[in-house]
Design a protein. Structure first.
Length: 408
């Protein structure tokens, strides 16, 4: 630690407290849709990008504020519980009431609140927070949160560090936004080409419902309803998080009991099927490669057993992934809180296909474009990852007292 820095704890640098919960019924009756009042912030209103959605639709008006805990401007908010614990962190620019799953840090001068905010993004804070977590849902008690250590330099040094971090993070945010835009543009290029191919069809394209292009010995259906516990040597089971747009991502794949998989034998994969997300996160569609034979899928994923003599599965995946089909599927999706597509509707999806030779020609063109798109996506994604690592590096130097000179 650099000379002149003093070691303290979060609890000793100011007031630290959590907020109040509001039942959904009271929220709807008394606090939603109001024009006037102080914003009420829940964990959902704090982003992983450290921004706050102040206009979430919930406000606490005059006359009903007794009993609620008010956080003034320049308060640091830290999510205390659940999957976003210690990850959703923000700095307020106005007064707010807030939920009980958020901790508020209101530093007392000469501690700069924005210095504390940046410290809460640093690796040292993250490691201490994780070490203090307990419970099934993962959380940190208020007392343990207060015990997290922090080293404080003199106020002028705090302000110098904050100014440099502000400048650096603004520059990184601009560069990151450009990379994210380029990432979107790369995918949009492929989407545009798909739209062109499947809207400008030739005279020999024949339209049939999806079910008529399937293996007559199998049916379009969804998979395992309840996956149960993770089995180390079990059967890999693909979920919506694995079935992405025109690709399968095996990261975080769950393995289920072989006996459970055998109960859903209709969706045990053989390779060459087309998978379509039908519940939750829609839009995922991909072809099953041969090496995934024997795997299974969850209830949220439909297996389309393609008749390869009628349609090429790669061609079909491009078609279902195109805007033409996605728009049709969007028109038949049902549900308010948990959106899904009925299997009966999926079976009726209109599929227009040319001759097999023409399908192969189209596949060749689209695969070339897709490969180019994926290379661009990989480049831009690596840039985004590099930006996150740069932020970590800058923060580490700042709180080790090593941040000297101007940051660029």
């Amino acid at each position: 630690m650099k000379n002149g820095w003093k070691k303290s704890t979060i609890g000793d640098i100011g007031r630290v407290f959590n907020g109040n919960s509001i039942s959904e019924s009271k929220k709807k009756t008394h606090f939603e849709g109001l024009d006037k009042g102080v914003p009420y912030i829940g964990t959902k209103d704090v982003g992983f990008n450290h921004e706050i959605e102040y206009e979430s639709g919930v406000k606490i008006p005059d006359g009903k504020q007794d009993g609620f805990k008010l956080a003034p401007p320049n308060t640091v908010l830290v999510c205390a519980e659940g999957g976003s614990a210690g990850r959703k962190i923000a700095h307020t620019d106005r007064e707010v009431f807030f939920g009980n799953k958020l901790f508020a840090i209101c530093p007392t001068p000469p501690v700069d609140s924005r210095f504390v905010f940046y410290y809460c993004l640093a690796e040292d804070f993250t490691e201490q927070f994780k070490g203090a977590m307990a419970g099934l849902i993962g959380g940190v008690s208020l007392n343990k949160f207060k015990d997290i250590s922090i080293s404080i330099p003199p106020l002028l040094e705090q302000q110098r560090i904050v100014a440099m971090l502000d400048k650096s993070f603004i520059a990184i945010a601009i560069a990151k936004a450009n990379a994210e835009k380029n990432l979107q543009n790369a995918r949009a290029l492929l989407e545009s080409q798909l739209q062109s191919v499947f809207t400008q069809r030739g005279p020999k394209w024949v339209e049939k419902p999806l079910v008529e292009l399937c293996d007559p010995t199998r049916v379009i259906t969804y998979g395992v309803i309840k996956l149960g516990q993770e089995i180390l040597d079990g059967v890999p089971c693909l979920r919506t998080s694995n079935v992405r747009w025109l690709r399968i991502d095996t990261e975080g794949i769950k393995k289920i009991a072989p006996s459970l998989s055998s109960e859903y034998s209709r969706t045990i994969l053989r390779g060459g099927e087309v998978l379509v997300n039908v519940r939750g996160t829609l839009g995922g569609v991909a072809v099953v490669p041969p090496e995934m034979a024997g795997w299974n899928v969850s209830r949220e994923v439909a297996v389309v057993p393609v008749d390869h003599s009628k349609v090429n599965p790669v061609f079909l995946s491009y078609l279902i992934g195109s805007g033409v089909s996605q728009q049709w599927l969007g028109g038949v999706k049902k549900g308010a809180t948990y959106v899904g597509i009925n299997i009966e509707d999926l079976r009726l999806l209109p599929v227009s296909a040319p001759t097999m030779d023409k399908q192969l020609e189209i596949i060749s063109q689209l695969e070339t474009l897709q490969a180019s798109t994926q290379r661009l996506e990989s480049i831009y994604q690596q840039k985004l990852n590099d930006f996150e690592e740069l932020k970590k590096s800058i923060l580490q130097k700042a709180f080790n007292g090593e941040l000297a000179g101007a940051c660029s």
